[in-house]
Design a binder for this molecule. Structure first.
Ligand code: PLP
Length: 476
């Protein structure tokens, strides 16, 4: 494809994307395909000769669109907001068009320096103090792994340069809570700490926030047993019920034992854009690392996860490589993002944040987040006002966790569990809306995650009426 052919095809495709976004609210929210259906609908042999774009567009319409869950639908309340603002789509598209290679500063100075600018913009917008330095990673899972590696190397004084963990005299221990995302234990395991050295600290019975006294007791018990506390992973906005650990108290306890504090705010980090929500992050400036995903609620298209560290010199000592073919005369004067994480080659991801912030502006983003928070409160009030509906957890942000408790089965916990899954599946299978059931504290509930870029109060009202009528019909 030459640039003129590209111009024509791209115009057509951009029109197609705009039409898709205009009509996404009319499509069934959850993908309606059966396993293997998409695979069988596509050619099994690779094309030897190029096809016209029209063939691909026909497949997009007939196979691909029905084959995805419509995360951009205003009636999507599943999992967590995975917004892909069109301003950021333009930045992503531009990144692909430029085809820049981020391996060193010299391979694309602008790739590095735009990333420095946008991570600094977001530091300012989120009210983090100016000792934090950030970089863009693909996901919070990767960012969490990087944090666990940095923590491991701090507590062992760079064991990687000696015999690694295999030569350490005492096991290193990591602390989190049962509410932590599954990527936390995964990072702990991948970083070599071992499952035996991962502690789930006791939490508050209602808020599910980590209990700092229990953390101290657990850390002391490990020290007494000859183990070394290495890191605490606190969560702000847990995946299930948006539980928020008390970061300030955790930082104080961790400091007593010299442990790293990583804060996982993958979804809730967007709330730091709102000064009135920063109390949830109280004490954050004392942590060692914090990660949050603009690719969730804030709406910069996947993949865009930010990891800020308070000691970038330490991080780069852990991560740096210096092969001769990457060396240049400006090394020492410039930032080399290859030394801030795992991959060498990086995309020009900063462009999607740059486009998003410059085209939409921070105020429009803040307004949207406030709208979602108000919509969540609206739903929470309706749930609380109805006899047979319960709020399962305090509504701190935009996730509303509910249970329908019909009087006839109210005393049968297993029947209640089955009922939650049934009504959630019924409304999701209808395609009208989508919600996700999950287990909280050993029992099934349904999470309503409000925060699609296009979700207005009318969509939440519609959801509530569908929830009530469906759950009621299943009871009688
Ligand atoms: N942490 C929390 C609190 C999350 O809710 C999630 C995703 O739902 C993650 C981490 C993982 O995010 P990612 O997909 O960016 O790895």
């Amino acid at each position: 494809m030459n640039p003129e052919e590209f111009r024509q095809a791209a115009h057509e495709l951009v029109d197609w994307i705009a039409d898709y976004r205009l009509s996404v609210g009319d499509l069934p929210v959850r993908a309606q395909v059966q396993p293997g259906e998409v695979y069988r609908a596509l050619a099994t042999a690779p094309p030897e000769v190029g096809e016209p774009l029209a063939n691909l567009i026909a497949d997009l319409d007939q196979v691909i669109v029905p084959g995805i869950t419509q995360m951009q639908s205003p009636r999507n309340f599943a999992w967590f907001p995975a917004n892909a603002s069109l301003a950021s789509v333009l930045g992503d598209f531009t990144s692909s068009g430029l085809g820049a290679l981020g391996i060193t500063w010299q391979s694309a100075p602008a790739l590095t320096e735009v990333e420095q600018v946008v991570t600094e913009w977001l530091r300012q917008l989120t009210g983090l103090s100016d000792h934090w330095k950030g970089a863009i990673h693909d996901t919070a899972s990767t960012a969490g792994l990087v944090a666990m590696l940095a923590a491991r190397e701090r507590v062992t004084y760079f064991s990687e340069m000696r015999g690694g963990l295999q030569a350490e005299p005492a096991p290193l221990v990591v602390y989190t809570t049962a509410a932590a995302h599954s990527s936390v234990p995964k990072a702990v395991l991948l970083a070599g700490y071992g499952n035996d050295n991962l502690r789930y600290v006791a939490h508050d019975a209602v808020t599910f926030a980590m209990n700092p006294d229990a953390l101290r007791t657990q850390m002391q018990a490990d020290v007494d047993a000859g183990r070394r506390p290495a890191a605490v992973v606190a969560t702000i906005g847990s995946t299930g019920i948006t539980a928020c650990d008390p970061v300030r108290a955790i930082v104080d306890v961790a400091a007593e034992f010299g442990a790293w504090v990583h804060v996982d705010a993958a979804m809730a980090g967007s709330a730091m854009l709102l000064p009135e929500y920063r109390h949830l992050f109280d004490g954050i400036d004392g942590a060692d690392s914090i990660c949050w995903n603009p690719h969730k609620w804030m709406g910069t298209i996947l993949d865009c996860s930010l990891l800020y560290v308070s000691d970038v010199v330490h991080l780069t000592r852990v991560m740096a490589t210096n092969p001769s073919y990457l060396q240049s005369s400006v090394d020492g004067e410039v930032v080399q993002f290859k030394d801030w994480g795992i991959p060498l080659g990086r995309r020009f991801r900063a462009l999607k944040l740059w486009f998003h912030l410059r085209l939409d502006g921070a105020e429009a983003i803040r307004e949207r987040l406030r709208r979602d928070l108000a919509n969540a409160q609206w739903l929470a009030e309706r749930v609380e006002a109805e006899d047979e509906w319960q709020l399962v957890a305090p509504v701190r942000l935009q996730t509303v966790c509910v249970r329908h408790v019909p009087a006839v089965i109210a005393s049968d916990p297993d029947a209640l569990d089955a009922h939650q899954q049934k009504w959630a599946e019924a409304i999701t299978a209808s395609g009208k809306v989508m919600v996700t059931p999950a287990v909280h504290d050993g029992r099934w509930m349904v999470r309503v995650s409000i925060g699609s870029e296009t979700t207005e109060l009318a969509d939440v009202e519609f959801l509530w009426s569908v929830m009530r009528s469906t759950a009621f019909d299943l009871t009688v």
